[in-house]
Design a protein around this ligand. Structure first.
Ligand code: C2O
Ligand code: CU
Ligand code: CU
Length: 502
């Protein structure tokens, strides 16, 4: 079992339960506007410090973010239309959250403030993917190229700087990146005012309204294995409300939290309808009473308020209120549809895989009281690259989770399908390197049958995914999307190899 290092005493924190709920309207992040609309539109997005109010009765909070809002501006792109984004690092020279110099890439001889932007879920050449070591310091900019040769989906951009990623994202460095295409538009889903991004991020907030990031009692090793806050911000607001009409809405849900998993329900027990997963539309809608979403994952949903005119409906995470929908009384026409067939998502046959890789998720325990940390395939970040798929070939990755926790595993560059999860004897695997299954393989949940880029690897199980490595040759990463784990060795490089010339 994981032993947590002793946590240093926190300063007085905001009492979230005492705040008046539902006094702030849910903000909609602004849409990014290109500064040049040539053949290749160019966006320029500053990354800097600003302050913003998370609640009417809480003093303004200092953030580090994109543009002037947290989440940053939403980038809207079309499938097949490439864009350029100039990401300008205009941050101050000193960090305001606690850096741990023992972590890979965060050593004392590195500058404190560094950033590099990754678009999660984007199929991009390696130079524009935001490799964790491609960070740059305040005063510098990088222009990244996004070809957008992929299906309509909600991706998201966030910081990926080596060793301080968890701090930069906590500080506010994330936003949505939506790709659209004509196939999706032909479905007549709710759009415009009736399509809402919902980006969930939990934070610890001090009584004075400022972000708090907890530290261990070891002054030289402040890293802690997890970050949970009781202030759940929705699009940057605490306990907001949204006025809606009695009709269908499309909700683009993202769990942008460092480490929290959400279990969402609606107070009137009305169902959600899944229409898409991380990488775009499902074949058919899937009805669900409860949503379980892990860090990094997205869900594309239809919420139908048609029969709920005049109701106030609360979105809950288990027993905690997150936000309120206020449904107007007056009936309206709803010209949008929820079609029974969305998009063909053929299953990738296992027979197309040219190799299977068995990769462990392990926890490293010390008896000396140092914090535990996690490894992928038993290897640290700096060890030589061991995963070298060939471009345009298909592989099965078996993720053997030998720990007691779920780890959301994300691969850059690619989309994949979940094959199954099967319980195994972790003791036998750890001590004898023998794979003994203790039950049958469980198929993915219906809403996991589409294209994914992040998968829940459940404890004591082998989670299998099937991946076609199409896109570009070069160096990418795969990692756990619990950012505290990612910053402390639960991330590995991998290399897509160009096929040998015929
Ligand atoms: Cu959401 Cu490697 O990233
Ligand atoms: Cu990613
Ligand atoms: Cu993890």
């Amino acid at each position: 079992m994981a032993h947590l290092p002793p946590v240093a005493k926190a300063p007085p924190l905001l009492n979230v339960d005492r705040l008046t709920p539902f006094v702030d309207p849910l903000p909609r992040p602004p849409i990014a506007q290109p500064i040049r609309k040539n053949r290749i539109p160019l966006f320029r997005i500053p990354i800097h410090e600003f302050s913003a109010q998370i609640h009417r009765d809480v003093p303004a909070t200092r953030f580090w973010g994109y543009g002037n809002s947290v989440p940053g501006p939403t980038i809207e792109a079309r499938s097949g239309q490439e864009i350029l984004v100039e990401w300008q690092n205009k941050l101050p020279a000193k960090h305001f959250l606690p850096i741990d110099h023992n972590l890979m890439g965060a050593e004392k001889d590195n500058p404190e403030v560094r950033t590099v932007v990754h678009v999660h879920g984007a199929k991009v050449p390696p130079e524009s993917d935001g490799y964790p070591q491609d960070w740059y310091v305040p005063g510098l900019s990088k222009t990244y190229h996004y070809p957008n040769q992929q299906d309509a989906a909600m991706l998201w951009y966030h910081d990926h700087a080596m060793g301080i990623n968890r701090l930069n994202v906590c500080a506010g460095m994330f936003g949505a990146f939506i790709i659209r295409d004509s196939q999706e538009e032909a479905l007549n889903l709710p759009n415009g005012d009736f399509e809402i991004p919902l980006i969930l991020t939990d934070r610890m907030i001090r009584a004075d309204g400022q972000l708090y990031y907890p530290v261990s009692q070891l002054a030289d090793a402040p890293w802690l294995p997890e970050y949970f806050g009781d202030a759940v911000l929705v699009n940057g607001k605490l306990l907001p409300y949204l006025e809606v009409q009695p009709r269908k809405y499309r909700v683009r849900l993202l769990n942008g939290s460092n480490g929290r998993f959400y279990f969402l329900t609606l107070s009137n027990s009305q169902p959600f309808h899944h229409i898409g997963s991380d990488q775009g539309l499902l074949a058919n809608p899937v009805e669900a009473q409860r949503l379980a979403i892990s860090p990094g994952e997205r869900m594309d949903l239809i919420l139908d308020f048609t029969n709920h005119a005049g109701e106030n409906i609360i979105l809950n995470d288990q027993t905690v209120k997150i936000m309120q929908f206020r449904v107007a009384k007056a009936k309206v026409a709803d010209p949008s549809s929820l079609p029974p067939n969305l998009r063909a998502t053929p299953r990738t046959p296992e027979s197309t895989a040219i190799r299977t890789r068995r990769l462990t998720l392990e926890e490293v325990d010390f008896l000396t009281g140092e914090p535990d940390f996690h490894l992928l395939d038993g290897k640290r970040w700096h060890e030589p690259i061991s995963e070298t798929p060939i471009l345009d070939t298909t592989e099965i990755w078996e993720l053997l989770n030998l720990t007691d926790d779920t780890h959301p595993i994300h691969l850059h560059l690619v989309r994949f399908q979940v094959l199954d999860r099967r319980p195994l004897n972790t003791g036998v695997y750890l001590y004898q390197k023998k794979l003994v299954y203790t039950g049958d393989a469980v198929p993915p949940e219906p809403h996991e049958l589409g294209w994914k880029d992040t998968v829940r690897a459940t404890p004591g199980a082998c989670t299998r995914i099937i991946v076609n490595f199409s896109g570009y040759p070069g160096r990418y990463v795969w990692h756990c999307h619990i950012l505290e784990h990612e910053d402390n060795e639960m991330m590995r490089p991998y290399q897509v190899i160009a096929p040998p010339k015929a």
